[in-house]
Write a protein that binds this ligand. Structure first.
Ligand code: BGC
Length: 805
């Protein structure tokens, strides 16, 4: 008997207080044209179903529908009513209907089969997906970017037997930017450059608000991959190279997103991703193998996950790559032993885009899809991103006794807990009337502007900046990123034009007396031509200031032309196309030149550093990027961003990290300097900050004691400003080799002109720990060095030793 027949019968019989088999019998008899003999069999069936139907009847008093019942009780009650299919359905995710329709419209069947990034299901139409929802056979969606579609899908889910709401997820990594009309904040590399955790928390609260207003309750962020490989296209969606800074930023984001106002409730669910270390693949390409020692994994890549789990992150996404020969999607050690066992993760694990399938089709560790499903669930997976066949495979594996139903229950409990804690059972729908007031509202705009202002890093300034209004009458502006949406970064939709302030617009708004000669050279680095280069020199020579905006392009909506962002690995990290020639030509005109970089990954810009007097790293600063950049150029805002990642001199200088081991630069390169072009933590201001009087509360402590570190910072300039005070530690001698320095604490402070502040940090026993030979956290007695200053560069740091007894 099919699912649908069962539903009909129960509905009819339970509408009456006792069983009159006649009516339902007639229904079935008519539709199936059964014989009298079959009818008796059906009566028996109905009797059984009625009895179980009574037990499973859903009324207002049903525990799982009772919002006042404890979450765990609701979970168990619901679970006890679910069939195996309904349980596994909760583990199934699909792309949104519009996303599918777009693929159906835009791509031929052959193209769809080859396409890796478009959501499509070769043998399944979007209307089939709708039907699956009404049958309760889908638990989650992604890529639903319109509130109407979200409500429509939830309405379909309400037609299902148990009315379990859908969990709609979205990549809201810097605002829910895939939704047109949303506030777009700087991408995470820019957010990390603010070193302002309170601000990141605030923008995350706002992101959650905009998500809920558009129907999503789960975001695939923060990306806590530690990014030390500039070839990797996704550096821009990370918080950079330092495990501690990544962890701090990740935690701020998780707290802001999940924003648990009550221990039982979530605002939206965050997702720490991608477990693990895909950011440092062997060749810098997304999804390529990672081969790193367990020590590096534990010292560098795992700490942000530990911090995320401690902060209560409720989902984790596994990574495309293999780690040391084991595909992450089948890595039981990482998912179950480490994440759940060692770190104590209690939420759910989701696969990355089609990566369960790839166990069979790319990694070749599973012979077929059923085997792939088996391996991943056995290893600890809770949800499949995305599409058909998973449900059938898992149900079969349970029926065959290879997976236990108890194992499935574990996953489903976590997923249902998420839905209860999100309040989706009570409020699956969004009030569409309210959405426009929430998206891109004034408060969110202000936060996006503040974040952009704090994220821009002034790399170099030889007294050209800040610009004096009125001093430069004719200003030449060019470069592919001078007047386009690259500011928005990856994981953004195109966005309504009036919601973005480009660099050119920002400049025009701020200096209305100047005349701006804008020379368009296309919107993409590869659009710049030899002729553009020639013309630029001529036009620049007629101006009294030149501003060149170069960098990268991560336009997701023009997937095949982008050179930054997801799946956009590069073999070279210098300026792409003829951008370098463009900068050189403008400089050669003799006009004072400023270079602004708008990009997602570190770029090797040694020539620019050597020749151009003022250079700004703007990253991808979001909706108000152009305004923030212009305000900084004209001194309305004092720059305060600091690099969360070292900038190498060339692609060959990698691994270029500040927290390297002592022998990393024992021998130097023979063909270039071995130092970074710009070190981690570097960033200039229009103020000057002087550090002095570094002192400790004690010179000797025992391993379980805290130590106070004090330093005085003075703003010796005439300009108020903000400084990011950084504290690093080094264990002078240790049985296991230790980094030359490690960031352990930081503080963003405001100092008025001439002001001095004493800053106190606490060094905790945990900060002194290292992982011993058996990876046990241990404190090694002996000398430590504490260093404090405004950058990781040694000559910028004051240092003082102390001893651990
Ligand atoms: C990315 C994930 C992302 C997912 C859903 C994948 O390709 O690796 O980070 O969350 O797509 O869009």
């Amino acid at each position: 008997m099919s699912e649908r027949e069962v539903t009909v019968v129960i509905t009819v019989t339970s509408a009456r207080s006792h069983l009159y088999a006649k009516e339902p019998l007639t229904l079935i008899h008519n539709s199936k044209r059964t014989t009298m003999l079959k009818s008796y069999h059906i009566i028996a069936c109905l009797l059984v179903l009625w009895i179980s139907g009574c037990q499973n009847q859903i009324s207002e008093n049903t525990v799982y529908l009772d919002a006042s019942a404890p979450v765990q009780q609701r979970v168990y009650d619901l679970l006890s009513r679910m069939t195996l299919e309904e349980k596994v359905a909760q583990m199934c995710q699909y792309v949104g209907l519009e996303h599918m329709r777009k693929a159906e419209q835009d791509l031929s069947k052959e193209e769809m089969e080859k396409s890796d990034a478009q959501g499509f299901y070769p043998d399944l139409h979007s209307s089939d997906v709708e039907e699956l929802v009404t049958k309760g056979l889908i638990g989650s969606f992604l890529h639903v970017v319109d509130v109407k579609e979200a409500n429509y899908l939830q309405a379909l889910a309400q037609k299902s037997r148990l009315k379990i709401p859908l969990l709609i997820g979205i990549d809201a990594i810097h605002g829910t930017a895939l939704v047109d009309g949303a506030t777009v904040y700087p991408t995470p590399i820019g957010l990390a450059s603010t070193w302002d955790t309170a601000l990141v928390k605030k923008m995350s609260v706002e992101t959650a608000r905009e998500m809920r207003a558009t129907g999503a309750a789960w975001t695939f962020t923060p990306n806590v991959d530690v990014a030390r490989e500039a070839r990797w296209g996704r550096v821009g969606e990370t918080f950079g190279e330092d495990p501690f800074l990544v962890a701090e930023m990740g935690v701020a984001m998780i707290e802001g997103l999940q924003n648990t106002t009550h221990p039982d409730s979530f605002n939206v669910i965050a997702c720490a991703k991608h477990l693990i270390a895909g950011s440092e693949s062997v060749n810098g390409l997304n999804g390529a193998p990672t081969d790193l020692s367990e020590r590096t994994i534990r010292e560098v890549f795992l700490p942000p996950y530990k911090a995320a789990v401690d902060a209560g992150v409720f989902s984790v996404m596994t990574a495309h790559n293999e780690l040391n020969g084991i595909a992450c999607h089948a890595d039981e050690w990482m998912m179950t032993d480490v994440l759940r066992g060692e770190l104590g993760f209690e939420g759910f694990i989701v696969s990355d885009w089609m990566d369960i399938e790839r166990l069979a089709t790319r990694h070749f560790v599973a012979e077929n899809q059923t085997e792939a499903c088996y391996q991943t669930v056995k290893a600890g997976m809770d949800m499949h991103m995305h599409g058909p066949d998973f449900l059938e495979a898992i149900v079969q594996l349970v029926k065959d006794g290879r997976l236990s139903e108890k194992r499935i229950d574990e996953s489903v409990e976590r997923l249902l807990e998420a839905k209860f804690r999100l309040g989706l059972f009570e409020n699956p729908f969004v009030n569409e009337q309210e959405t426009p007031d929430i998206l891109f509202n004034k408060e969110h705009q202000n936060t996006a502007l503040e974040a952009a202002q704090k994220s821009v890093v002034l790399l170099k300034n030889e007294q050209l900046l800040p610009l004096e209004k009125g001093k430069y009458k004719n200003i030449f502006v060019t470069g592919p990123n001078a007047n386009n949406e690259t500011l928005l970064g990856d994981w953004s939709a195109k966005q309504t034009g009036e919601n973005i302030i480009t660099v050119l617009e920002g400049l025009k708004n701020i200096d209305q007396a100047a005349s701006f000669d804008f020379f368009p050279v296309g919107n993409n680095p590869k659009d710049v031509t030899v002729d553009h280069v020639k013309q630029a020199k001529i036009r620049a020579s007629k101006s009294d200031l030149a501003i060149v905006v170069v960098g990268e392009n991560s336009f997701r909506w023009d997937w095949s032309n982008k050179n930054c962002g997801e799946n956009s690995g590069r073999s070279d990290i210098s300026l792409a196309g003829l951008q370098q020639e463009l900068v050189e030509a403008v400089y050669a005109s003799g006009t004072p030149t400023i270079v602004i970089l708008v990009n997602g990954r570190p770029l090797a810009t040694g020539w620019i550093d050597e020749h151009i007097p003022a250079v700004l790293e703007a990253w991808e600063p979001g909706s108000f990027g152009g305004q923030a950049i212009a305000q900084i150029l004209y001194g309305e805002v004092n720059p305060s961003g600091k690099l969360p990642i070292s900038i190498p001199r060339s692609v060959g200088h990698q691994l270029c990290i500040y927290n390297h081991k002592p022998t990393h630069y024992f021998h130097k390169y023979v063909d270039d300097l071995s130092t970074p072009l710009y070190p981690f933590g570097h960033g200039l201001s229009y103020s000057t900050f002087v550090y002095q009087n570094l002192e400790l509360s004690r010179e000797k402590i025992s391993a379980d004691e805290e130590l106070k570190v004090r330093v005085e910072v003075t703003n010796t300039s005439m300009t108020d400003g903000e400084e990011i005070v950084q504290l690093y530690l080094n264990d002078t001698y240790c049985p296991v080799t230790r980094p030359v320095k490690e960031l352990k604490a930081f503080r963003r402070i405001h100092l008025n002109a001439g002001e001095t502040q004493q800053i106190t940090f606490t060094v905790t026993p945990e900060m002194l720990q290292y992982l011993d030979k058996d990876f046990k956290p241990t404190v090694d007695p002996g000398e430590f060095m504490v260093m404090v200053g405004g950058s990781s560069e040694t000559n910028q740091l004051l240092s003082i030793p102390f001893v651990v007894k």
